[in-house]
Write a protein that binds this ligand. Structure first.
Ligand code: SAH
Ligand code: SF4
Ligand code: F3S
Length: 471
């Protein structure tokens, strides 16, 4: 068998990496793998990217969860707010201590902070050996060779076409139930506060064919849920060579049709282009989850304008009304930024009133953080004092706490189909999972296990969790 494979290898002119991959598949006992530890910060796109990185390095490296014994440590970073970057700087100090004990170990910086700070960070953080931006992960084997030869190495070139669409991710961190698929990269929206268009480059969509293949693979591996990822999935658009176009709604439909047993989620939508077509597609398929994350950022048209969000308060509320009409059981979540440039008390109150009007099930809430070179940083003053930003954020969080509780209280007495993700944190006798609305549900174990769909009747709740019994 090995002999036959080897002839194929020669005939195909394989390189060393492919050869090692073959050996790993057919005779793993002959290969000593190096150990790779990856730590991921930021959004789900970064989680998905780390799985791509693990795949690119898989001919040489196997994943370890022990940083102390790793040959290579990669930190996949986020730049979205200053505190995200500070956390990573702090972490690099800790890694410096490990590296002192193990001088042969390499440390690399990936992701958005790598892209934002480029090679300059190699000087600022001497612990680092290599830096690779989000579109440069195919260069990692070369960068690692350069480091092994005694150099510091970097590649931070952004691409207009890279989607890693031929790479089957190594899902080392997944729970075996729910997996991510990146369907597009980059962002062209240039919201005035946001660093992402600078760190991730131009928007590009991946071919539907490879997305479906990856979803099918997840299904074959026993996964029950897939989340399609992009910074703005509604603008997904793929044109084949013959001119056929696939929209996001059509892509969702094709993924949903793979199996009624496979739940489909997506993140994130931009309110400016969440189409009626998509809303109707979500309503049509029971396995497309009834949960939409529709970041509003602020409740007043004046702030939205300064943020370059290109919708008004009224237009946003119209989209919400359509969602509620077409999908009455849909849970809606959002992102909110407190204390953006020039925010008045009245504008802050408009955010609170919008939150009440929508009745969000969940929200991610942040203090505005200036990011260098963004439009807001260069054109507006960051003039809301720190204490006031904090006070407004606290008011937003307190209101959301109340809205989440009310939302959950309306679910008491209802029965939901829950996809089990594992044992509850508090007790081995309890399982937890999510319903279609993305709410965490805790219930007695019975005979059920991870990956099962279970009907649960809700008997009580907190603001964060639904608690139920098997029904
Ligand atoms: N593409 C997604 C969000 C990506 S960033 C979207 O447009 O919805 C995730 C969230 O971080 C944003 O929705 C926003 O609420 C927040 N965020 C982005 N830049 C920020 C900044 N400079 N300060 C504070 N929060 C920010
Ligand atoms: Fe940032 Fe706006 Fe793009 Fe989201 S849509 S990633 S907030 S620029
Ligand atoms: Fe952060 Fe980059 Fe995601 S800045 S939020 S990791 S796209």
């Amino acid at each position: 068998m090995i002999f036959k494979r080897r002839r194929q290898i020669y005939n195909n002119n394989y390189n060393i990496s492919s050869l090692k991959k073959e050996i790993r598949t057919f005779a793993p006992q002959f290969l000593i793998m190096k150990k790779l530890f990856i730590e991921t910060y930021g959004c789900q796109m970064n989680v998905a990217d780390s799985e791509v990185v693990a795949s690119i390095l898989s001919p040489e490296y196997e994943i370890t969860d022990d940083e102390q014994s790793a040959d290579l440590i990669l930190i996949n970073t986020c730049s979205v707010r200053d505190n995200a970057e500070q956390r990573i700087r702090h972490r690099l100090q800790e890694l410096a201590a490990i590296k002192k004990r193990r001088p042969g170990m390499m440390v690399g910086l990936l992701g958005c902070m790598a892209e934002r700070l480029k090679q300059q960070i190699l000087e600022e953080e001497p612990t680092l050996d290599l830096v690779a931006g989000p579109d440069a992960y195919r260069s990692l084997p070369r960068l690692i060779e350069e480091v092994a030869a005694g150099e510091k190495a970097y590649d931070v070139i952004l691409s207009r076409t890279e989607t890693y669409d031929d790479i089957m991710p190594v899902r080392y961190a997944a729970n075996g139930v729910s997996g991510f698929i990146s369907i597009m990269r980059g962002c062209d929206n240039f919201c005035s506060y946001c660093v992402v268009p600078f760190t991730r480059g131009r928007e590009r969509s991946r071919s539907p064919h490879t997305i479906l293949t990856e979803a099918q693979q997840l299904l074959a591996d026993g996964y029950k849920e897939v989340t399609l990822l992009g910074q703005n999935v509604n603008s997904y658009r793929y044109e084949e060579e013959d001119g056929t176009v696939t929209t996001f709604a059509q892509l969702m439909e094709r993924v949903a049709q793979l199996s009624p047993q496979l739940r489909v989620r997506f993140a994130t939508s931009h309110p400016k282009d969440i189409s009626d077509e998509l809303i109707h597609t979500i309503a049509k398929y029971p396995n497309i989850c009834k949960y939409i994350h529709l970041p509003v950022q602020a409740g007043s048209t004046s702030i939205l304008q300064r943020m370059n969000r290109v919708y008004t308060r009224e237009q946003y509320l119209e989209r919400i009304a359509t969602i509620k009409r077409v999908i009455p059981d849909c849970a809606i979540a959002t992102d909110i930024i407190a204390g953006f440039c020039g925010e008045t008390e009245e504008e802050h109150q408009a955010t609170l009133s919008l939150m009440r009007e929508v009745g969000y099930a969940y929200a991610y809430m942040f203090r505005y953080s200036v990011r260098d070179n963004t439009y807001a940083a260069t054109h507006f003053a960051d003039d809301v004092p720190d204490e006031l930003k904090t006070k407004r954020l606290e008011e937003i969080i307190a209101l959301q706490q109340q809205l989440s509780l009310e939302h959950n209280q309306r679910d008491v007495g209802k029965t939901f189909k829950v996809l089990v993700e594992g044992a509850s944190k508090r007790s081995e006798e309890q399982l937890f999972g999510r319903n279609s609305q993305n709410k965490v549900v805790v219930f007695p174990k019975g005979n059920h296990k991870k990956g099962d769909y279970v009907n649960v009747r809700i008997t009580s709740c907190t603001a964060a969790t639904l608690i139920g019994t098997l029904s």
